[in-house]
Design a binder for this molecule. Structure first.
Ligand code: URA
Length: 237
């Protein structure tokens, strides 16, 4: 739809409408190669607008989604081995989303994806220590002594882990299920913590990120975060 030039310039975040009007009057705005006049309208999908010598493009809508990542997907934008990418699961979204942090190829569960750099920075910045809870299935049993060691911190090759909270859920045959809450996001952290305890991880699923849960988002599907959820994430200290 054609809109007044000053409105399009303001929507792109370059200036207020009044300032944009002044730019038009001052001859700083060109529409399809001709100096623009006040009152001109344009459609950014068809027309070319130049402001101060630069092409004007529509400000991209910010989108943040919560994906329930299945096993067998990499959470990078490219994979030299040609494996499936998490971006394949959000291919119907026109914006180019990138994952906030990583989940391993065989880890499932809650993964945020966004094109909002400010939100990504806020959520993944180590100083914010956002709480992450994983459902872990291991071969072996989680003993009270292991729970205590997790609380005290384990010495891994990249340093001591911050206190973690483990809650046993059930045992089945030779396996045990428990929830593990950590505040860091080191590479393969949960798997390495389990290895250190002598437990081998059979299944790993992130089920919570701070106040966000998977709820009814089924594996391979996603939902958009609400404005309120985005605001809350941006406020986490
Ligand atoms: N910890 C891991 O070991 N792997 C993940 O994907 C996430 C946390």
């Amino acid at each position: 739809m054609a809109e007044r030039l000053q409105k399009l310039i303001a929507q792109a975040g370059l200036a207020s409408r009044r300032e944009a009007e002044r730019w038009i009057e001052a001859g700083k705005v060109f529409l399809n190669g001709q100096p623009a006049k006040l009152g001109d309208r344009a459609d950014l999908t068809i027309d070319q607008i130049q402001v101060n010598g630069k092409d004007l493009t529509a400000a991209e809508e910010k989108v943040t989604i919560l994906l329930n990542k299945p096993r067998g997907y990499v959470s990078t934008l490219k994979d030299p081995e040609g494996r499936r990418l998490v971006t394949d699961l959000v291919a119907d979204i026109p914006q180019r989303l990138f994952p906030v942090g990583r989940l391993d190829y065989n880890t499932e569960g809650l993964l945020l994806m966004t094109n909002d750099g400010e939100l990504a920075q806020q959520v993944s910045h180590p100083s914010h220590q956002i709480e992450k809870t994983y459902l872990v299935k291991v071969r072996g049993f989680l003993t009270a002594k292991m729970v205590k060691r997790l609380e005290l911190g384990l010495i891994l090759e990249d340093g001591k882990t911050a206190p973690a909270k483990a809650t046993k859920i059930r045992t089945s045959g030779a396996n045990c299920w428990f929830e593990l809450t950590i505040h860091e996001g080191r590479n393969r952290q949960v798997r390495r913590m389990c290895e250190d305890l002598g437990l081998s991880v059979v299944r790993l699923k992130r089920i919570r990120l701070d106040f966000l849960g998977l709820n009814d988002v089924i594996s391979g599907c996603y939902r958009r975060l609400t404005t309120n959820e985005i605001q809350l994430l941006k406020k986490i200290k």
